[in-house]
Design a protein around this ligand. Structure first.
Ligand SMILES: [Zn+2]
Ligand SMILES: [Zn+2]
Length: 294
């Protein structure tokens, strides 16, 4: 099974602190290098995490608030200086597209690589061979989308069973893995009988948002800007409290919740963690440069 490496680059909200940079999360999977958001300082955080900024294939921007986009011109400038040639895909809400493009081109840049600006809509927006990315509309003060990295389910061969009936041919293996029923020497080999279905893993990135409907994911990265003491404030500015994030995680049956987009007022996030734990036990506060292998 290919590892999915998840790296939190910046975990603060609105402004950076000594401990936390601005939002960006990196996913590395089977040769793909993907960013969710690109807050100011993202390329430095990538470098500290040992990830080349030039390697990024696609960037998924959640919304047009400075803390989520100000890193874009810098990272693109570095790609240019590094003679990047491969295209860069930037996905973003339709209402953010024009302004973010201005932001990137405010200083004349003449990249030698194409930049594809792709307005998102709800549903599947990026199709890789072994995974796809879905966009989900969130509830914030401006048009905002959350993103899901979803590995496709795959079929694993039951080799012992196949050997028992004498099959040892990779062409048959390939067809079974693709879900086809194969007739071989008069025997019908069905994928249900000769393979098992391995569920794909999924990661959801949902910032910035008030609690809202999101589809089930295994690993949930959720807006936890505030504690319960600031619940009214959270409602007013359309963010979530850590406890509300935990309620979402419980509702969708997540395996793990990462509290994310922490307001700079919580230098010590322990109270947020405790409030969340009262509702959902499998929770952790995301920290800058924290890496999780799934
Ligand atoms: Zn934000
Ligand atoms: Zn925002």
């Amino acid at each position: 099974m290919q590892p999915i490496r998840l790296t939190f680059l910046g975990t603060s909200a609105s402004v950076p602190t000594k401990e936390r940079g601005l939002p960006a999360v990196h996913i590395s999977y089977n040769g793909y290098s993907i960013l969710f958001d690109c807050g100011e300082g993202t390329q430095r955080q990538l470098t500290l995490a040992g990830i080349s900024p030039t390697s990024i294939d696609a960037i998924f921007i959640t919304h047009l608030h400075g803390d989520h986009v100000f890193g874009l011109p810098g990272i693109i400038n570095t790609m240019l200086l590094n003679n990047r040639r491969k295209p860069l895909y930037i996905f973003l809400p339709p209402t953010a597209l024009r302004r973010v493009r201005w932001l990137v081109h405010a200083i004349p840049l003449f990249p030698l690589f194409p930049i594809a600006w792709i307005p998102v809509r709800e549903g599947t927006i990026f199709e890789g061979r072994e995974f796809h990315i879905e966009a989900v509309r969130l509830d914030h003060t401006t048009e905002t989308f959350g993103y899901i990295f979803r590995e496709k389910d795959r079929r694993k061969l039951l080799k012992d069973k196949l050997e028992k009936v004498g099959v040892n041919d990779w062409r048959i293996y390939r067809r079974l893995k693709a879900g086809e029923t194969v007739t071989w020497n008069g025997i019908e080999l069905s994928p249900e009988e000769y393979t098992t279905l391995v569920k794909g893993r999924s990661i959801g990135y949902f910032v910035d948002t008030a609690p809202t409907y999101i589809p089930p994911v295994d690993y949930l990265i959720h807006d936890s800007a505030f504690g319960e003491g600031e619940r009214e404030k959270a409602e007013e500015v359309k963010h979530s409290t850590a406890r509300q994030a935990a309620e979402v995680a419980k509702k969708i049956g997540a395996k793990k919740l990462f509290l994310y987009h922490i307001s700079p007022r919580y230098r010590d996030p322990t109270p947020l963690l405790e409030e969340a734990k009262e509702v959902f036990p499998y929770v952790e506060v995301a920290e800058d440069l924290m890496t999780v292998e799934l």
